[in-house]
Design a protein around this ligand. Structure first.
Ligand SMILES: [Zn+2]
Length: 209
């Protein structure tokens, strides 16, 4: 795929219910989707929570992510950042994700159930929504992040270069707990931002709320 900004479009039955203030009537939930793209989303990735995978050629902000699978531990994600650290994972050739941050202190218990597994399709973001506010469907790939606070970029812990923005996921996605599913919260009802260093094959994550 070419270098675009995409909205992630979920099946109508994916969400459990109305999600907070993010009106399901917002046009960003219902853009026309691209034929032939189907990305695996949610579920487990070894001991981590799988977010999204790019099985075939897929260019995001100039980087081909073919074969890369993204996943994190939600409890560590929340707790690392309240102590001023960010999550980073080295993506090995065998597809394993190795945390580059040691000793993440778990001060706050946090749900670590995976996202409900599904396949998602994509829509090319219409021009008028490129600089979308934090409203409607804020689950996107490529382009620029929708920041809730001031813009914030991560630097690769291996080479110290500014990392490239890859995708963002908004709170409210359904999880897989045994009580029928709750909403995943990134921070306190915020957005999870994923970054990438292509030289070192390192992913980095931060949340804002
Ligand atoms: Zn690097």
């Amino acid at each position: 795929m070419k270098n675009n900004t995409y909205h992630i479009i979920f099946d109508k039955n994916y969400y459990n219910k109305e999600i907070g203030f993010r009106s399901r009537k917002h046009p960003t939930w219902n853009f026309t989707t691209i034929n032939g793209i189907n990305l695996n989303f949610g579920g487990k990735l070894d001991r981590l929570n799988h977010l999204i995978s790019f099985e075939t050629d897929f260019i995001v902000n100039g980087i081909n992510l073919r074969g890369e699978k993204f996943g994190i531990n939600f409890e560590e994600f929340f707790n690392a950042q309240i102590n001023g650290k960010y999550l980073f994972y080295k993506h090995t050739k065998s597809g394993e994700l190795q945390s580059l941050i040691d000793n993440i202190e778990i001060e706050c218990k946090y749900s670590d159930y995976p996202l409900k597994e599904t396949n998602v399709v994509l829509a090319i973001t219409p021009k008028e929504y490129t600089n979308q506010e934090w409203e409607g469907n804020c689950n996107r790939i490529g382009g620029d992040p929708i920041w809730i606070q001031e813009p914030e970029y991560l630097h690769c812990p291996k080479c110290n270069s500014k990392m490239s923005f890859i995708f963002q996921l908004d709170s409210g996605l359904p999880d897989l707990n045994e009580n029928g599913g709750n909403e995943i919260m990134f921070g306190n009802d915020g957005i999870c931002y994923a970054f990438w260093c292509d030289k070192d094959k390192v992913s980095g994550y931060l949340w804002q709320c």
